[in-house]
Write a protein that binds this ligand. Sequence first.
Ligand code: PAP
Length: 335
Amino acid sequence: MSKSQTSPQIPPKYLQEDEISDECKKLLLTLPKERGWLASHIYNYQGFWVAPRFIQGVIACQQQFQAQDSDIILVTTPKSGTTWLKSLLFVLVNRMKYPVFEQNHPLLVKNPHDLIPFLEIKLYVDGLVPNFASFTSPRLLSTHMPFASLPKSVQDSKTKLVYLCRNPKDTFISLWHFTNNLRLHHKDIHPIEEKFESFCKGVSLYGPFWNHVLDYWKQSIEKPNKVLFLMYEEIKVQPKLQLKRLAEFLECPFSIEEENCGVMDEILRMCSFENLSNLEVNADGKLSTGEENNAFFRKGEVGDWKNYFTIEMSEKLNHIIEQKFQGSGIKFSYI
Ligand code: PAP
């Protein structure tokens, strides 16, 4: 007998909608809504699309989070390579405390999402009040929030923002797989055509994708010491160069000695898809929020969209990309 026949159908935590406060429920009634990717509906709050549970987290974070100048916050749209960059950031910034060649490194026993928590999805979700006492400096945090919706203290402080972007076609395919995977107990897989239309209309988690990317891109040009803009595909092609950029931006550059000892190579090896996805914690473990860790490691390749897109889909998205990013200076590769 299958699990679903023996146990009551309690949706996993990330799909539950009934823990929302009355205040938030009232707010939801006033917001535009569309069919959701995970929960049944997705709402437009402050110009971006977000699941109901996380609106509450966004608001709490905006009201309560006090950024420190030394904070480092990783920002992504979902499925842009957050897990990878979390691992790179953690190992890079903590390499004095946790030397990379030592056996008992935290990355080997914890999922990167447990090492660098999300603000609105984890720390401030469901009315939680985070205790930052256990964080060491610099605090490493992450968010999917668009720039305009970041807590004011993040915008006003010297907090550094590392933004990771991925080409929209692979991001879409990764998001489609991920949300289907998390909704497995629903049995009804979202048809790719339906979700593609949503993505193209901008109705994706934290979307529109283009607004999210363009806002951080502009900030990275205006304030290069505050926002670093990285591309998934560029890290794939020139991992050492991009890791060096990241270290320099965070003011913890590699010494000549580290370069000679192969520290960069070791960081890249530790954080590689192959290494991370085969660790026991990532193959069999679960996050406290309910997701199986292996859901964050699917293929980790560039250009996988070619296995799913029709010519029409590709042309449609090309046209949108051209329109939205025209004149911005952003160039996506592998599309
Ligand atoms: P999140 O936004 O839910 O945290 P995120 O980590 O951004 O997810 O995206 C997961 C994608 O990164 C997956 O891509 P795929 O579906 O195209 O395979 C995942 O495989 C990929 N990924 C995870 N870890 C790595 C890694 N170490 N190197 C490269 N890609 C990775």
